[in-house]
Each structure stands twice: as C-alpha cells, then as structure tokens.
Design a protein around this ligand. Structure first.
Ligand code: PHE
Length: 357
C-alpha cells in the first residue's frame, strides 16, 4: 500500500496538465483503477485482515483523491497567472490622441457655449437646415417684400416644374428655431439653438455655410437688463476674462423691438488682438426684445409673455478666442490646419474642468 501511495503521489506531483490528472484519476481510483481493484480484494480477506486493510485503503483513496484535486487547482492557478502575464495591459498609458483625430474648433466652441448656457439654465434646441420661407422669414416678421430677404443672400431650393408653392430655403439664420420651439413648447422657455446657416457670401470672414447660435428667453417679466447680464456672464466665461465690458448699440431687426447690436471690449497692441481689455470694440452679435408679431406667429400671447433673443456667430467667436485669421480655412479640411487648431478628443469642455486647455 505504501508503494502505491508513493507511486501515485509522485505521478500526481509530476502531472503537467488537466488531462494527465484525469488519466491518473482513472488509473488509480477509477472503476478499474489500481486502488479500486485492491478494495475488491477485501471480500476475500479474513474479518481480522479486513479490519486493518479496509480503513487503510479508504484513507489511501481519500489521500490520492485530494492530491488529484489540489494538483488540478494549482495547475489552473498557474494557467491563469500565465494568461494574466501574457495579456497584461498598462491602462495608465496615454491614449493615442493623434490617431483618434482632433475636435474641430467649431465643435469645441459649440460645446463650450453649450456648457456655459446650460449652467444658466438654457436647454439646447434644434431645427432643420432646409426650412420653409415661412419659418425663416414670415414668422419672424419679415414679409415677402422686405429688404432683409435680399440682404441675407438667401439660397433657394428649386421646386419641380409646375409646383407653384414658395421654395424652401437653406436657413439664413438660427432664428427660425425660436418659432419652432415656442410653437411646440410654448412659454416660458429658455433655450440656445446652435447650428449651421447659409448665405451666398465668400471672403476672409464669410463662407456660404457658417454656424450661429440663437438664444431665446421668454417669461412674464424678462427685460433687456436680463439680456445684458446673461451676455456679460457668457463673455466672461467664454473668453475667460472677469468683468469684460459690453456695448449695446441701437440697431434694427424685424424680429426684435427694441434691437441692439452688441460689441465686446478689446485692444489692439502691436497687431495683437486682446479681448476683454482696452478701449476698442468688436461687434459680436445681434439681439433685442422678441417682437410681439414673432410671439404671435408661434402662438404665444404677447400680452402675457415677453423676452429677449440674440444670435451670435460661432465661427466668429471661435476665430476671436483662438486667433484664427481666415474663416475659409475652417472648411478646407486641411489636415495641417486641423492638427494645429484642433482640440484633444478626450478634453470635453466643462465649467469646472476648464473650457479650453
Ligand atoms: N438672426 C440675426 C442674424 O442672423 C441675429 C439676431 C437673432 C438678432 C436674434 C436679433 C435677435 O443676423
């Protein structure tokens, strides 16, 4: 019995994998295994012999069985260790941002603007880029003969021959989203609406497609003072200068009354533009109190509700903040420009984490 014990314990210790363990199990304690056969011999023994041999054989069987189990476990552990070693991955290595590409300045600035206005309780609204002339013009108090239609250099979509309905337009501004949003959700409301707009125009600061964002806040007693505070909060956060000054100049838009164009404080030193200091001014947006006709077009009662709206060029404020001289480069898809002015793809702008880095 001792020989059997030593033989199997040695074989088990030497077994190199699970299948070797399994065949040893069959060979030792399987139905026709060596130890099992010995146990059958018990029947032929005298009762005295059986009294010592029986327990001894049982103990041997138990010992071999647990040695098999233990060896099997340690082989599995070793296999897992080996796998962990070969599949090891350093998750602290920096991501390969270059391969993932960069975030376009327009997407970056849109995110920045959205983060700042979200903090002031503005939701994001959207509208279609191809719209009817009713949403783009009429509902905004710009009737058919109005000179603003010509001023906007509108792109009209062709209708099929014989279709006499007015043509669709590529929206010339984000203002139609004011109407669509109020029509659907009514008052009060507080939204910004970023997106693409189109005008037939092309030079260093104009491209046929560009980006705006609309702001709209309607409630029972919203005033120009609220507009001024909201815009100054925005500029301070966006340009990262506290106490930036704004200048409101009387202006005219058909959809606001009164209307104001808004300038921000800047300086030019040695050909370098600095925002938020000095005594120069840069025009950045149009704004005003929403015209009663506009509220009425969107089924909002102007006797109960009032508020402000503004429209700002996203590309324009991106150029100012990040010092990009030519708007046309935004849409050239030149990889050298995108790598230079693009933003790391994992740096999502937030107010607490920093808008730009
Ligand atoms: N829609 C105007 C434009 O594109 C901007 C604007 C929006 C002005 C809202 C006033 C109020 O020029």
């Amino acid at each position: 019995m001792d020989d059997l014990r030593i033989k199997y314990l040695t074989l088990i210790a030497d077994a190199g994998d699970e299948s070797a363990i399994e065949s040893l199990r069959v060979q030792a304690v399987g139905k026709k295994g060596e130890i099992s056969l010995q146990m059958r011999e018990l029947g032929r023994m005298t009762p005295e012999e059986r009294q010592t041999a029986g327990p001894a054989l049982n103990a041997l069987k138990d010992e071999i069985t647990s040695a098999l189990v233990a060896r099997k476990e340690s082989l599995a552990d070793a296999a897992l260790d080996e796998r962990l070693r070969s599949e090891w991955l350093d998750v602290t290595l920096p991501a390969r941002t270059r391969r993932m590409g960069t975030i376009h300045p327009i997407s970056q600035v849109t995110e920045e603007v959205t983060a700042i206005f979200a903090d002031m309780g503005f939701a994001v609204a959207e509208g279609p880029q191809v719209d009817t002339d009713w949403y783009n013009f009429d509902a905004l108090n710009i009737p058919g003969h109005h000179p603003a239609r010509a001023e906007m250099d509108t792109f009209y979509m062709h209708r099929a021959e014989g279709d006499n309905r007015p043509p669709h337009v590529l929206r010339t501004h984000t203002s139609p989203v004011q109407i669509r949003h109020m029509e659907k959700h009514g008052a009060p409301c507080r939204i910004i609406a970023p997106g693409r707009v189109y005008r037939a125009d092309y030079d260093q600061t104009h491209t046929p497609m560009f980006n705006q964002f609309e702001g709209l806040a309607i409630d029972r007693d919203i005033s120009m003072a609220n507009l001024k505070w909201v815009l100054e909060e925005f500029f301070a956060a966006f340009f990262e200068v506290d106490g930036i000054k704004t200048r409101f100049r009387a202006s005219h838009f058909p959809f606001t009354e009164p209307s104001a164009e808004v300038d921000i404080q800047c300086s030019w030193v040695d050909g370098q533009l600095k925002i938020g200091e000095g005594d120069g001014w840069l025009e950045v947006l149009g704004s005003g109190m929403v015209h009663p006709h506009v509220l009425r077009s969107a089924n909002v009662d102007p006797d109960q509700w009032q508020g402000f709206a503004f429209g700002m060029g996203i590309d324009r404020i991106a150029m100012l903040k990040y010092g990009m001289p030519d708007l046309r480069a935004f849409f050239d898809s030149d990889l050298r420009w995108l790598r230079h002015y693009g933003f790391a793809s994992l740096d999502v702008p937030t107010l607490h984490g920093g808008l730009s880095r």
